[in-house]
Design a protein around this ligand. Structure first.
Ligand code: ADP
Ligand code: MG
Length: 300
């Protein structure tokens, strides 16, 4: 079964269309990575799927229920960690958890049991009397996640949960997400970090209010034409310029201290002589390619 099905989901704010006819499906128990630049419509989509915002057009079914007519029932089965973690900084870890347990109307015994599990999962043992405001970024993030899943939602929305968090905490956080998915929770997560998205089961790319591609990481990479190359350089921008007219180069872009190329497979020798190596394209390469295509298509 699919946990989320949207069809032409659309949201306008006045004359501006923030989400434009977006259709996708998320199989139950899978992790869906929702990627795209700032302002592309990710949060607005999630706000519709959580029932906070009404769609202007189109439809969405969540866990087999209709978002509009069965709104209250849907909400009980959802967890939502918003872009601004909704923690109370002047309350302790325990008080935050108690507050959310109350909000979800968990019976006292169940609440105690569940909070103990969450404290363990989040690595908050021995910290339950600390003020939430005094925790490190990584711990705050895991506490916010814990609060969002106290009621064991079947479907979890995480909106940029890892921004502003150090790499080690990010990895730990993803381990928790995979653990939840392995237990059957469906997770929809937005992120700016393309490396995080590599491990998602399915990825949707948003660009200027539209979903421009959707598929497994492998499927998305297969959309790229030619062969992908990486050429390290002290002066990647200069190299990019020089490569522009080179025979066989289809697309090129700067990635840190190197240039990434999509090239016709026959022209390998040239790139080898420049110290380049063939690479498995990253999702970032895919995104650059798709955005270029999309820009051309819209300009026509
Ligand atoms: N309540 C609102 N009123 C007017 N415009 C909005 C509102 N919410 C979002 N937008 C606009 O919709 C666009 C998409 O925003 P958002 O969904 O937050 O993007 P993302 O999460 O991908 O950064 C942005 O241009 C934003 O300014
Ligand atoms: Mg957002």
């Amino acid at each position: 079964m699919d946990a989320v099905i949207t069809e032409d989901l659309t949201r306008r704010f006045g004359r501006f269309t923030a989400v434009d006819r977006v259709s996708f499906r998320i199989p139950e128990g899978s992790v869906f990575g929702f990627l795209g630049p700032n302002g592309s419509g990710k949060t607005t989509t999630i706000r519709m799927l959580t029932g906070i915002l009404e769609p202007s057009e189109g439809s969405a079914r969540v866990l087999g229920m209709d978002l509009v007519s069965e709104r209250e029932k849907v909400r009980e089965s959802l967890g939502y960690m918003s872009q601004k973690f909704s923690l109370y900084d002047d309350l302790t870890v325990q008080e935050n958890l108690d507050f959310y347990a109350g909000l979800f109307s968990l019976p006292p015994a169940r609440s105690r049991e569940r909070i103990a599990e969450i404290v363990e999962m989040a690595g908050l043992l021995g910290r339950t009397n600390d003020l939430a405001g005094n925790l490190s970024g990584g711990l705050r993030q895991r506490l916010a996640l814990g609060c969002a899943i106290l009621h064991r939602p079947r479907l979890l929305f995480l909106d940029e949960p890892t921004s502003g968090v150090d790499p080690r905490s990010r990895r730990r956080f993803w381990d928790i997400i995979y653990g939840l998915a392995a237990e059957g929770t469906t997770v929809m997560v937005t992120t700016h970090f393309m490396d995080e998205a590599e491990h998602c089961d399915t990825i949707g790319f948003m660009f200027e209010s539209r979903l421009i591609a959707c598929g497994t990481p492998e499927e998305l990479k297969a959309l790229l034409p030619g062969t992908a190359w990486e050429i390290p350089s002290e002066d990647p921008i200069g190299l990019l310029e020089r490569l522009k007219g080179t025979q066989g180069v289809m697309e090129s872009s700067v990635h840190g201290r190197s240039v990434h190329l999509l090239a016709e497979t026959e022209s390998a020798v040239v790139f080898e002589s420049l110290g380049g190596r063939r690479i498995v394209p990253t999702l970032e390469d895919v995104f650059v390619h798709l955005v270029m295509n999309e820009r051309e298509a819209r300009a026509e």
